[in-house]
Design a protein around this ligand. Structure first.
Ligand code: PMP
Length: 359
């Protein structure tokens, strides 16, 4: 077996013990003689899986009782439409524009409601998280939308804004479960699974109960949060295998000591990389220091012509998928929960060697 350290932004590495467990249980899940993939979503065994997934997620995220957890499909991108279709009342919402994904969320919401951009970091290429001027918040807005971690740009909200009585909606796709958060500050949290949760195809929605049952008449049944809330995410066939792997990942987080312990490890990994970048005189982080993501670390080297060489040589050293997003260039190391400290150590060691050979 020759597993690499995969720095992909998503789909991304999964914890090895989870993959091993999947392998062990693949052909015959708990004596059923079948794989979870082949099993009815109404079976007792699958009911146990989805119930356990929800219970453990509630425990590790400390989700209050007045919130529902939904397992849906369509990716985070589908939620860009689902949110306005579910909670439009005054038909307007405030958005913080922190990069490509925020822009996509705004573009989609605009089909249904008025979108007001109340803060943006576009002036500096999205290299920081902008301050929100409280006077810009519309008390009549249906919601305020933020992208807590910006996967492409490499920024993160270090503080969650206070939006008063207006529900805060967060796209947490690339930092859910990476650090402790207070769920009660949010109206809705949504995340595609393929970074910190499991395989692509599963999307998690955590929603305050009073925001369910308000969908517009035109909201498709499958996008209506009530549909999934009333049926325990079993209105139709959910992405069963994704839910199963998510359950194993949640168990793994719990075994690590919970989100707090995982956060400490993430801080250690990110510090190792940022500290080296800062002291190196060769590598450069374009991101303002107070806004740097623990999950996605973009960096550049002085001679852009060397980017391809860096990526190619890193690959030869078992360090994969370090190419920056096409809109940003340079390199990007995504170091989600499942990336071991050893992977980051190996990356830094390679960066040192590459610098010596190319400075
Ligand atoms: N939001 C963020 C912050 C993302 O990183 C991504 C995926 N990279 C998306 C939304 C889109 O997610 P999906 O592919 O699940 O629709």
């Amino acid at each position: 077996m020759n597993r690499v350290f995969n720095f992909s932004a998503g789909p991304a590495m999964l914890p090895l013990p989870v993959l091993e467990k999947v392998q062990e249980e693949l052909l015959d899940y708990k004596g059923s003689g079948m794989s979870v993939m082949e099993m009815s979503h109404r079976s007792g065994l699958f009911t146990d899986i989805i119930t356990s997934a929800e219970d453990t997620l509630r425990e590790i995220m400390n989700i209050p009782d007045n919130y529902k957890v939904l397992f849906v499909q369509g990716g985070a991108s589908q939620q860009f439409a689902a949110v306005p279709l579910n909670i439009m009342k005054n038909k307007k919402a405030d958005f913080v524009n922190t990069g490509s994904w925020s822009k996509k969320a705004m573009k989609e919401a605009k089909k249904y409601i008025e979108v007001n951009e109340i803060a943006s970091s576009e002036d500096k290429n999205f290299t920081y998280i902008p301050e929100i001027d409280a006077s810009k918040l519309d008390p009549q807005a249906d919601y305020v939308h933020i992208t807590t971690n910006n996967t492409i740009e490499g920024t993160v909200f270090k503080e969650i804004p206070d939006t008063g009585n207006v529900p805060l909606v967060a796209d947490m796709s690339s930092n859910i479960l990476s650090e402790e958060i207070d769920v009660s500050k949010f109206g809705i949290i949504y995340a595609g699974a393929q970074k910190n949760i499991g395989p692509a195809g599963l999307t998690i929605v955590i929603i305050r109960e009073d925001l369910i049952g308000r969908a517009a008449d035109i909201c498709p049944t499958m996008l209506d949060y009530k549909t999934h809330s009333e049926s325990g995410s079993l209105y139709n066939t959910p992405p069963t295998f994704g839910v199963y792997i998510a359950k194993l990942v949640f168990d793994w987080i719990k075994e690590q000591g919970g989100v707090k312990a995982v956060q400490q490890q993430n801080e250690k990994k990110a510090a190792l990389l940022y500290d080296y970048i800062t002291m190196s005189d060769f590598y450069h982080s374009p991101i303002q220091e107070d806004s740097r993501s623990l999950m996605n670390v973009p960096f550049t080297i002085p001679n852009r012509d060397l980017d391809a060489k860096f990526i190619e040589e890193a690959k030869k050293n078992g360090l994969e998928t370090l190419k920056g997003h096409r809109s940003v260039g340079g390199m990007r190391a995504s170091i989600y929960n499942a990336m071991p400290l050893e992977g980051v150590e190996k990356l830094v060691q390679f960066m040192k060697q590459f610098k010596e050979e190319n400075k």
